[in-house]
Design a protein around this ligand. Structure first.
Ligand code: MTE
Length: 317
């Protein structure tokens, strides 16, 4: 029997269902769901051996001393490069490294517009010239797996400041690339492409919110969201869009990819909260990518409450 390729998955309005099944299988594999999964407990560890593309090393960055030790070892680099959620390419976490091989956003531009005094367009060099820093952050996926990553980039607030936000701006939307010629799943209208996420303006300006262009001292791998990605370590990973081309400052809350697909399951805020189970699994514990069988307690705001808790009343979902 011919095995269907990833991009041949039937999509109709079953996309949420397909994603649901992938997530369910995955969470089951971690032993966090109610039933045993087809992927098996080895799923998190046995990633593809596909070749990792060499990306350019950054030599010109400073290590931010405030974000060096998060009480966990860094996740093994090859695991981070070979196990990805990049739904524009595939629902299979082992496929993006292969399918992103020809993914070039070059020349790439980031546009910042909307409620700003000076709409601007930046490229990677403009961001590098701002002075890159390295920050080690915890990363927690809504599917109950976690990593520890050394990102390189600049605070998002310093990018937004260049555009001079107007006082009426209350939210930002962040939009990922759209190119169905290289991202097979963008050929289907069953999902609301391009991938879009949103933050309140306070969240966007929070000192933790990071605009990343690198990982492990090198430019981002395509499958990790090259050339530019947003990182909000106190939120579930889906709140950090990859390969962002536009940030727009807005008066009202933007619609977002996961929230519009499955609003009951993926709230606008997506703050890490062990006391609020996902409708289909507990969020109390997380499995560490690359650390066989190791599961640890999940912390409120992923351990970043001291930076972010004052932005919330505690009921945000
Ligand atoms: N951004 C885009 N454009 N497309 C995606 O599918 N997946 C999100 C987030 N950003 C996603 C995205 C989810 S669900 C997670 S967990 C992380 O990216 C995964 O990042 P990683 O593959 O680098 O681990």
């Amino acid at each position: 029997m011919r095995r269907k390729k990833d991009w041949e998955l039937r999509e109709t309005h079953a996309t949420p269902e397909a994603v649901f099944r992938t997530r369910r299988r995955f969470v089951s594999a971690l032993g966090l769901g109610a039933v045993g999964g087809a992927l098996g407990a080895a799923g998190l560890q046995q990633v593809t051996q596909a070749r990792i593309l060499p990306t350019k090393a950054f030599t010109d960055f400073r290590v931010n001393p405030e974000f060096v030790d998060v009480g966990r070892a860094l996740t093994r680099e090859d695991k981070v490069f070979r196990f990805n959620n990049f739904y524009e390419f595939s629902l299979d976490k082992r496929a993006p490294i292969r399918l992103c091989r020809n993914f070039k956003l070059d020349p790439w531009k980031l546009q910042i517009d909307g409620l700003v005094k000076k709409p601007i367009t930046l490229d990677l060099d403009d961001i590098r010239k701002m002075g890159l820093e390295q920050r080690v952050y915890r990363f927690r996926c809504v599917e109950a797996w976690a990593m520890t990553l050394p990102w390189m980039g600049v605070p998002l607030s310093s990018l937004l400041a260049l555009a001079e936000p107007l006082a009426e701006a209350r939210f930002i939307s962040m939009t990922s690339f759209f190119d169905p010629s290289i991202a097979p799943r963008q050929n289907s209208s069953a999902s609301p492409w391009p991938y879009q996420e949103g933050l309140t303006i306070a969240e966007a300006m929070n000192p933790l919110t990071f605009a990343a262009v690198g990982l492990y001292g090198k430019m981002l791998q395509p499958q990790n969201g090259a050339p530019f990605r947003i990182v909000t370590p106190w939120k579930y990973g889906f709140k950090g869009p990859k390969s962002v081309v536009k940030i727009r400052l807005l008066r009202s809350q933007p619609s977002t990819f996961w929230n519009s697909l499955q609003g009951q399951e993926y709230g606008f805020y997506g703050n890490v909260n062990p006391h609020q189970p996902h409708p289909r699994w507990s969020q109390k514990r997380e499995a560490l990518l690359g650390e066989w069988g190791r599961r640890v307690a999940t912390e409120e705001y992923n351990g970043y409450g001291r930076w972010v808790a004052d932005m919330y009343s505690g009921n945000e979902y």
